[in-house]
Ligand binder design. Structure first.
Ligand code: HEM
Length: 157
């Protein structure tokens, strides 16, 4: 269902969405946003959790960090693809009359998605400490900004 942002209900009493009893009924929009947030949470949250557990794993040995990195990649890359696909789906469903601010924010978000994916790929491929540290930090910061810009887009207008 295309969303007309300017007429988005601002109070519960203005809400005309179909209901299930007192609850809002689920819709394709809720499924789309759910999948986008799920994928975003796995991609960004996974990096934060990994950053938290890696120092402890290093004390066990390189095989422990490698196993964690492999496990992360198995879950995080499919989540990244899902975030991309549902992001494009968001775009298709977005109100096409949105203003320049929305378009610019979206453009920056997409550039940062590419930067985050590139940094994460370089992080996984490198065996140089300085490159691993720099690309890990860039990937995480870019992903966090992407998430914040997503919140900006969803709360726009
Ligand atoms: C790692 C990649 C991504 C992350 C972490 C991410 C994160 C988010 C988050 C947290 C939201 C707010 C969801 C909400 O509460 O409504 C959002 C919304 C949005 N995202 Fe993404 N996103 C990613 C990729 C993409 C891509 C690749 C695109 C476009 C090609 C995109 C387009 C959008 C749009 C248009 C919205 C607004 C949805 C709406 O409210 O209608 N996202 N994103």
């Amino acid at each position: 269902m295309k969303r007309n942002r300017s007429s988005t209900p601002r109070t519960p009493s203005q809400c005309v969405r179909p209901r299930l009893g007192e609850m809002l009924a689920p819709s394709l929009d809720s499924v789309r946003i759910f999948l986008h947030i799920l994928a975003a949470g796995i991609w960004v949250g996974g990096q934060i959790v990994l950053a938290g557990v890696v120092p402890g794993l290093r004390k066990i040995g390189p095989e422990a960090t490698q196993a964690a990195a492999k496990g992360f990649a198995r879950v995080a890359w499919p989540a990244f693809v899902l975030a991309f696909v549902t992001g494009v789906w968001n775009l298709i469903e977005a109100d096409q009359t949105v203003g320049t601010g929305y378009q610019v924010t979206l453009g920056i978000k997409i550039l940062l998605v590419v930067a985050a994916g590139g940094a994460a790929a370089a992080h996984a491929a490198s065996d140089k400490k300085v490159v691993i540290a720099a690309t890990g930090a860039i990937g995480l910061v870019a992903s966090l900004v992407v998430m914040f810009l997503g919140a900006q887009l969803s709360s726009a207008v």
